[in-house]
Design a protein around this ligand. Structure first.
Ligand SMILES: *Cc1c(COP(=O)(O)O)cnc(C)c1O
Length: 401
């Protein structure tokens, strides 16, 4: 036995936090306070000057938020983490902290819709340019880099809803050769299945709203990375920008992370079983899930994601044309009684959506076609219900009328 061996992530998921308070509470305390009383004027001065550790004001830091950050950092294998008000708040903070006018970003064209808008539209107003490239083509990423101007590469893997997987290690090498940083949105796998920093990424962003909470209760986010990037570059911006995580939401996520790896294993196993079953259904033309051998990046996903496919899958219903496909997809969705028709994911409850008319509804028909979002496509974020019940729920609409 090596007593000095680092603790396993499963242990850190339940144990890593600030020390308990003088009251000896077993469950981590929720510090719902906006500010902190300073022992004396000199300490207040030293703390404000950053010469002494201590909590000042909850826009800067808060013990419950710090516990959540420490736990997430431990799971991602990061030196530091910073909680944010939402997943988008985390991405905003990264952009604000690391970019200036004239800089250039290369981003997968399959990332989360709000991310596309933030990078492509909002930051364009401040002179930050972006190129959007096919997620899985490393050569396209390479070709899009503008030497001396590209500062960030931004990827998400697997993507929503087609579960495209990018080669994180290859993109990290590309970024570093160009003097840029790689940012990975690790929302779909969570650190229980994928640790992008170990693959060479510089920053990981999270929507804590999804699997970290895992029960659909709060909106939250975080960024993980080196102390230099998190404390040196992003924390000062957070103090001014105020995309701060509320202590209450931090506490919910902190407790949610205790069961993260158990949940992810159960979610993934159920998703694989459901995906294999869907592949056998006559009414289904195609299933997108990294855990299936038929997935174009199956081997890469199995290497990169602890051998598990994650919990989000999508499938296309068979139909003669787009109008018929949309009608069939709506029929399948409306025939469900268990699956919740909602765009969220990462919940114990299975959710079902029609991306072409919801998350990707604002795209033009050509943009949707380029992105592979057909009218027959249905996305399922598999929850923790019994998989037999989910099969029956989907079978109802898939059976030919
Ligand atoms: C939901 C989501 C986000 C945004 O997170 P919020 O907490 O809703 O702001 C970002 N990326 C991915 C992949 C998501 O699924």
């Amino acid at each position: 036995m090596n007593d000095e061996a680092p603790l396993h992530p499963d242990t850190l998921a339940v144990r890593e936090a600030l020390p308990r308070s003088a009251w000896g509470e077993h469950s981590e305390a929720l510090f719902l306070t906006s500010s902190f009383v300073q022992p004396d004027a000199a300490s207040a001065a030293a703390r404000f000057a950053g010469e002494e550790d201590g909590f000042i004001y909850s826009r800067f830091s808060n013990p419950t938020v710090t516990s959540m950050e420490r736990r997430l950092a431990a799971l991602e294998g990061a030196e530091a983490a910073l909680g944010t008000a939402s997943g988008m708040g985390a991405i905003l903070l990264v952009m604000l902290g690391l970019l200036k006018a004239g800089d250039h970003v290369v981003c997968s064209r399959s990332v989360f819709g709000a991310t596309l808008k933030l990078i492509g539209t909002e930051f364009a107003k401040f002179g930050v340019e972006a190129s959007f490239v096919p997620q899985t083509e490393v050569a396209a990423w390479r070709a899009a880099i503008r030497p001396g101007r590209t500062r960030l590469l931004f990827a998400e893997s697997p993507t929503n809803p087609l579960t495209e997987v990018c080669d994180i290690a290859a993109l990290a090498e590309l970024a570093h050769d160009a003097g840029a940083l790689l940012v990975v949105d690790n929302c779909f796998c969570s650190p229980a299945l994928q640790r992008p920093l170990e693959l060479g990424a510089d920053l990981v962003v999270h929507s804590g709203t999804k699997y970290l909470d895992g029960q659909g209760r709060v909106v939250a986010g975080a960024v993980c990375g080196s102390r230099e990037l998190i404390d040196g570059r992003l924390l000062p911006v957070q103090r001014s920008a105020g995309v701060t995580l509320s202590p209450f939401n931090a506490w919910v996520v902190l407790k949610g992370m205790e069961t993260l790896s158990l949940r992810m294993r159960a979610h993934s196993a159920a998703a694989l079983e459901l995906a294999r079953w869907l592949e056998q259904q006559p009414g289904v033309a195609r299933v997108h899930f990294p855990g299936l051998a038929s997935h174009p990046q199956h081997l890469l996903a199995m290497r990169q994601q602890s051998g598990q496919g994650g919990a989000v899958l999508s499938f296309e219903v068979a139909a003669v044309d787009a109008a018929a496909a949309r009608e069939r997809a709506f029929a399948v969705i409306d025939a469900t009684r268990l699956c919740s028709i909602t765009a969220n994911l990462g919940d114990t409850k299975t959710t079902i959506t029609h991306p072409a008319s919801t998350s990707h509804g604002r795209l033009s028909e050509e943009q949707r076609a380029a992105a592979g979002i057909t009218q027959g496509l249905i996305r399922v974020a598999v929850g923790l219900e019994h998989v037999g019940d989910l099969q029956r729920d989907l079978a109802r609409g898939l059976q030919p009328a």
